[in-house]
Design a protein around this ligand. Structure first.
Ligand SMILES: *[C@@H]1O[C@H](CO)[C@@H](O)[C@H](O)[C@H]1NC(C)=O
Ligand SMILES: *[C@@H]1O[C@H](CO)[C@@H](O)[C@H](O)[C@H]1NC(C)=O
Ligand SMILES: *[C@@H]1O[C@H](CO)[C@@H](O)[C@H](O)[C@H]1NC(C)=O
Ligand SMILES: *[C@@H]1O[C@H](CO)[C@@H](O)[C@H](O)[C@H]1NC(C)=O
Length: 413
């Protein structure tokens, strides 16, 4: 997260009016009449339209086999996922401190990957601190964040946090000497021609994602349907059984906003989830697991009091701040809580929280602050989740940078 709370109130105010727009009766009737016609005109969607292609025409799509994950063969095989949250690459690149944090983050990623050897990695947002990047291409830092996983041949997926496409925030001390501040663009890896290399605008979500997808065979990320704009990282992946084509679990990724737009999951995203899950998993036989960066307001409702012990049924090791939730709740939690197949939601954003707590029939879990960028000095680590088939189970624990393990928990069995 890092200090964007000041904008919370402002965005809450902004989002109110849209709620109150009343459509004149005449238009409502017209809409009502046109709706069935519009439905009839929508062409059937070929399966290959799903996800990463970026054609974005349709919201309800099926899953292509070649973008599926699979359990490895062998009795008792498990599918293990490492969650890297809040890496915050690229902080204060003009100081000695910033690049040192990135080197430290590289070390955490390697330590966790070597210890756990996961089948898959999820980058749970705030991969980069774009508001610190006075360069035109944040993908240079994004790429560094995924390189530890890529170099080990492990596939991964990414979702956006509130810092990934944020605009550059001018440090006030750049203005401390007289006159116009010196242009201080980091020159590393940029064929520098001077001022035009500093764009100060942030790299848009869609550019970050397309660069990742186009350059990486192992990326399972996708740009969601265009009608969910301005949110981008909305997609679903399936993990197939080692023997059959049956999915053992479905992983849903949602963009919880922030940076270039408010910190919310829109009602359109909620409806998209509902439509997808009805088509892919109509009878709810396949367990579903959800990933997004900013905790929803429901996390605040189940949170242990800040700085207090984490008592059962919650499980975790740090509880040292208040939940900093999304700006509003536009329907996603209601839909998820009513679907018994949804087992857990994993969020990052709060660096000083790493607990899981039950909420109705599902679990709400924080990841663990993984990167050295971003606020807080709590020891770094990564939440791991492990899925087994036959029988299905979903377990989780936290692996620290120094190799220790804690907060083991069975989320579903
Ligand atoms: C998956 O299959 C589709 C259609 O067969 C193809 O267009 C696409 O390039 C494939 N994707 C990958 C990652 O292999
Ligand atoms: C940004 O950097 C990536 C390498 O990480 C490169 O593939 C991409 O083409 C660059 N984009 C622009 C607009 O320079
Ligand atoms: C720039 O390149 C150097 C050497 O190849 C590398 O060590 C460094 O991490 C790169 N910086 C970024 C921001 O990618
Ligand atoms: C590892 O780090 C944890 C803090 O996360 C600390 O409590 C523990 O003592 C450390 N263990 C070792 C073996 O260094």
């Amino acid at each position: 997260m890092v200090g964007r709370r000041h904008s919370h109130f402002f965005f809450s105010l902004l989002s109110l009016p849209s709620h109150r727009i009343t459509i004149p009766l005449y238009y409502r009737l017209l809409l009502l009449l046109c709706f069935p016609l519009a439905l009839a005109l929508v062409p059937p969607v070929p399966p290959s339209n799903y996800g990463g292609g970026g054609d974005g025409g349709a919201s309800v799509l099926s899953l292509p086999r070649n973008k599926s994950l699979r359990f490895s063969a062998g009795a008792g095989a498990a599918f293990k996922i490492a969650i890297f949250a809040d890496l915050h690459y690229g902080e204060n690149a003009w100081t000695d401190w910033g690049p040192q944090q990135d080197a430290n983050s590289d070390r955490v990623l390697s330590a966790v990957l070597d210890k756990e050897n996961p089948d898959f990695v999820i980058y749970l947002g705030d991969v980069v601190t774009a508001n610190n990047l006075p360069i035109p291409n944040a993908s240079l830092y994004w790429d560094r964040a995924i390189s530890a996983t890529r170099s080990r041949g492990i596939p991964w997926a990414t979702v956006f946090g509130n810092h990934d496409d944020a605009a550059f925030e001018w440090p006030s001390d750049w203005f401390s000497s007289s006159g116009i501040p010196e242009v201080r663009c980091p020159t590393a890896n940029i064929s520098s021609t001077g001022a035009e290399q500093c764009s100060f605008r942030g790299t848009p979500r869609i550019d970050l994602m397309n660069t990742e997808i186009n350059n990486n065979r192992l990326s399972y990320s996708a740009t969601g349907p265009k009608e969910l704009w301005p949110s981008v990282s909305n997609y679903v992946l399936q993990i197939l059984s080692s023997k059959e084509m049956d999915p053992v679990a479905l992983l849903y990724f949602l963009d919880s906003g922030g940076g270039s737009y408010p910190e919310v999951i829109s009602n359109a995203q909620a409806k998209w989830f509902q439509a997808q899950s009805q088509i892919i998993n109509p009878n709810g036989k396949v367990p579903e697991i959800i990933f997004w960066h900013i905790p929803s307001i429901a996390f605040s409702k189940v949170a242990p009091k800040p700085n207090s012990e984490i008592d059962k049924p919650c499980v975790g090791s740090i509880n040292l701040e208040s939940v900093a939730p999304q700006d509003a709740e536009w329907g996603i939690m209601d839909i998820l809580a009513k679907r018994p197949s949804v087992k857990a939601i994993f969020s990052g954003h709060n660096h000083g929280l790493d607990w899981c707590c039950p909420y109705q029939k599902l679990w709400l879990c924080f990841a663990r602050h993984t990167g050295y960028g971003g606020y807080g000095d709590w020891p770094r680590g990564a939440r791991i989740i492990e899925i087994t088939e036959q029988p299905f189970s979903l377990k989780s624990w936290i692996r620290m940078e120094n190799g220790t393990e804690h907060s083991d928990l069975i989320l579903s069995s």
